[in-house]
Design a protein around this ligand. Structure first.
Ligand code: PMP
Length: 401
């Protein structure tokens, strides 16, 4: 008999499991709005032209070898990633107060940051928004932190519960870590305004809380890399400390290359260098050092002015297509006279719309219309096209009437 005979079958991942179910459906009209990956108007995955160009340069360069990277990853990539999120003129970068390490996309960056905090920081409570990306509580728990929720979303207004957020962060213990989505909050698509960010900053600083930004969608939300980094830059500008986990999955379409970075902004260069030395001790026993290919693509693009510009244009095109899908879906529901206020579809930003559909309505749409999404009613706008909007609008209409 197997020594593993007593192992129970684990449930599918609530997000990635949606695609597993979708793949099993043989209907020609099936539609996958579960997974957070960009699709073209034709429903196909997209490799950016600038990424293809960078890869050509890399393969044609005979000096490129496949040696191990250092534990902290590709040095150029780390510098350029910090500049991208904090801004080229950021005093924190100029003063050498930022420790940046290349990690395995956004998830790996969150995990390394969390492991570091669990080992070296005096508080292990991390406040995460309610709701949040389903992987957050798992990543932080596995790293040894203790997740607590702060109020974030108001189902009544389908907007921000700003009062609840301020109250919950006010009553958090001094020093607690606060996870903030830098932009395009997942799953709600609801972000604080710049004025609200400023109030959140004041509260976090006055209580001595430690901000940890998750930046998985820089440039992908509004189409502007700078606008989408505003929240992070407001915090760094006050000279205080924070962490930031960056992902290039969405904004460069490098999903499977697993390329991201963790930056820890410190008070002084001396602290930053000691922090970096400890990050190496976190990373070495986990995976030794990160993969070279994706980081080389990113560094190639970020350091060349012409390629950087091409990237920003392609990035804006992806963001714009998503924004136009919001408008088309909103118009289609209005044309059908679907009961309810659907204006949140055009107000929310980023990859997802938090529709407000409940579990039963989602199950109905999957069963009757072969439309797949997470059971909380979150749909990926990036998975929609002009061709599929009518089908989705029909399904929503039927689900709510
Ligand atoms: N944070 C958030 C909020 C996300 O939505 C995602 C992607 N779904 C990630 C982090 C990390 O993704 P990845 O590890 O693919 O970069």
């Amino acid at each position: 008999d197997s020594v593993f005979a007593n192992i129970a079958k684990a449930p599918e991942d609530p997000i990635l499991g949606v695609t597993v179910a979708y793949n099993k459906d043989s209907s020609p009209i099936k539609l996958n709005l579960g997974v957070g990956a960009y699709r073209t108007e034709e429903g196909k995955p997209l490799v950016l032209n600038v990424v293809r160009r960078a890869e050509q340069l890399l393969v044609n360069d005979p000096s490129r070898v496949k040696e191990y990277l250092p534990i902290t990853g590709l040095a150029d990539f780390n510098k350029l990633s910090a500049k991208l999120i904090f801004g080229a003129d950021s005093p924190a970068i100029q003063e050498n107060r930022v420790a940046t390490v290349q990690c395995l996309s956004g998830t790996g960056s969150l995990r390394v940051g969390a492991e570091f905090l669990a080992k070296h920081y005096h508080q292990n409570s991390i406040y995460i928004p309610q709701p949040t990306w389903g992987n957050h509580p798992k990543v932080f728990t596995m790293a040894g932190l203790s997740p607590k929720y702060y109020r974030y979303y108001d189902p009544e207004t389908r907007g921000l519960n700003f009062q609840g957020l301020l109250e919950d962060l006010s009553s958090a213990p001094s020093g607690a870590i606060v996870l903030l989505h830098a932009c395009a909050h997942n799953p709600t698509g609801v972000d604080p305004t710049v004025e609200q960010w400023e109030q959140i900053r004041q509260l976090i600083r006055s209580k001595g809380l430690l901000p940890f930004f998750d930046s998985a969608y820089q440039g992908f939300a509004s189409g502007s890399l700078d606008a989408d980094a505003q929240s992070v830059r407001i915090f760094v500008a006050d000279g205080g400390e924070c962490l930031a986990a960056q992902s290039y999955a969405k904004n460069m379409g490098l999903y499977g290359e697993r390329v991201g970075a963790l930056s820890i902004v410190c008070r002084t260069a001396d602290v930053a260098s000691r922090v970096e030395s400890q990050l190496k001790l976190v990373i070495r026993p986990m995976y030794s050092n990160p993969p070279i290919h994706g980081a080389s693509i990113v560094a190639t693009i970020l350091k060349d002015r012409d390629m950087y510009n091409e990237w920003t244009i392609e990035l804006k095109a992806m963001a714009d297509r998503i924004i136009s899908m919001r408008q088309q879906l909103f118009d289609a529901l209005r044309d059908r006279g679907t009961p309810g206020d659907w204006s949140h579809i055009i107000k929310q930003i980023g990859m997802f719309t938090f529709t407000g559909l409940n579990t039963e309505q989602v199950a109905f749409m999957t069963k009757e219309y072969h439309i797949y999404m997470t059971s909380d009613g979150r749909i990926s706008m990036a998975g929609l096209s002009s061709r599929t909007v009518p089908h989705l609008a029909d399904a929503i209409h039927a689900a709510v009437t």
